[in-house]
Design a protein around this ligand. Sequence first.
Ligand code: TEU
Length: 591
Amino acid sequence: MRRLESFKKLNMIKKILGVALALSVMGFSCKSPGKKQTRPTVENSSDQKWWKEAVVYQVYPRSFKDSDGDGVGDLKGIISKLDYIKSLGIDAVWLNPIYTSPNDDNGYDISDYRSIMKDFGTIEDFDALLKGLHERKIKLVMDLVVNHSSDEHEWFKQSRSSRTSPYRNYYHWWNAERGKPAYRWSFFDINSDAWKYDSLTNSYYLHYFSRKQPDLNWENPQLRKEVYEIMKFWLNKGIDGIRLDAFQLASKDTSFPPLPAGYENNIIKYYGMGPHLHDYLQEMNREVFSKYDIMTVAEGAGSSFEDAHALVDPDRNELNMAYHFEGIDFGNFRPDYNLVGFKEIYSRWDSAFAIKGWLSIFLANHDQPRMVSHWGNDDSLFREASSKMLTTFALSMRGTPYYYYGDELGMSNIKFDNIEDYRDIATLNKYKKLKSDGGDLDKYIETQKRASRDNGRTPLQWDDSPNAGFTSGKPWIKVNPNFTTVNAAAQEKDSNSVLNYFRKMVKLRRENEVLVYGLYTLLDKDNPDVYAYTRELNGKKFLVLLNFKSKATTVDTGGIDLSKAKILISNYASTSVDNKLQPYEAVIYEL
Ligand code: TEU
């Protein structure tokens, strides 16, 4: 019944948006119905924002560049590569967490929110990094993990010390004399159990992620105030944005009622968008965000368009943008993956945000396998062409592109054969669980070659010297052996390299507002091989053709006249202006 209602609501929203969109394309603006336009325009200059126009480059600090030979990337290492980052043409850097942490989950378990992890350097290094970025006109977005902290955070140490501690309610506790709390599934726990018994106070605490990542209790106004002060600490240093890690999980029904069996297969529906999430975000906006010109983004967007809209509708004063997982979860390692479905997902989300709100576009991040292995083809024959094709997609869609370090080189999955090579708690703990359940471990290792987060966390391949020039010591995780051929130094010298293609594509986006704000229209939607669309703004119209397959194919652009089409970018040395596409060919025409 509830599903039917929300389905009806969704259709209604779709209809309203569809009508509004059609009106705006036909020349009627929602804001000024009398204004006649023949083509879509940016309705209002206040709708134009730097964070919509930015290309965000994600740096995984542990693997970017090590300056002191301990095998772990660090801030000084990033500083030494600022000119490289600048040379990419990107506008903002998103840094994964760099705060003090025991590293149970590579920094996503923070034990002090105001200091820098020893492995990464000092607060002075941070200040120098921020200065270096700003001198190069690059903004910095920090990753803030406040759905949970580390169990080694002072708050948690105090909280667990006694039931009467003033910090007790900073976390979710369940007194054992009430019996065992209703089961909660955990992402990283060896027993998939999010309640951990603590004998010290004869109570259970909640941890949706690992045991060392207890969930913070957002119901507690004192905790919220502390978090806002932490945000101000970094914002007052001059950072330009905040990514809120896993924040859709922050609000919980604290009566912790039993949930239906198998609910963990639809975890966001049950854990996401809890009862007070919007209250918290509105308060956060009032207390913090509204006082700075910053970009704010939450990881996760609930499980429907309504959820996502509510997070980013500018009239609600919560966040600037969100990113949804529907696209990224539909990988080519899934048996049901197909390009028609992929196109349908991106088109559906685009249409839902055509009028209001803003999304990001990403094909990889630190929780995913490498872009080229996931969506393209990492065989040496096609690695370059398919990397460039995917870059064309990520930078020509509407939405702020988040581009993951190393993808600009076409880095691919490392595909470890042995569990000993893995470092990620997600892979390791699932392995342990499977082992104790007597599961098929070989099969598991095979799936991890496609899906493990460690595939995307190997060191950046700078050159062909030992350890790819990442470290003079022993890297914390193995370097992909293909670094001898796939590396930045080699690609600098080659004007047709994946790296130089990325730079060209960033420049094309920067120079053409149509790629940022333009109306997106899908073409040839049932074509199983080609993703084709137009982008249109202020009389400018671009056609994007992307062959997602390793064979030559054709596309039906519905009668678009290509006779005057100008090639703006293409990933092949020779591109014929017609409806034929070579394997993994990508081309953008101006019509
Ligand atoms: O990820 C939250 C999230 O939803 C992930 O659990 C994702 O589904 C998972 O990584 C897939 O294996 C964020 C961070 O991006 C991730 O790196 C952290 O491990 C996690 O939060 C806990 O902080």
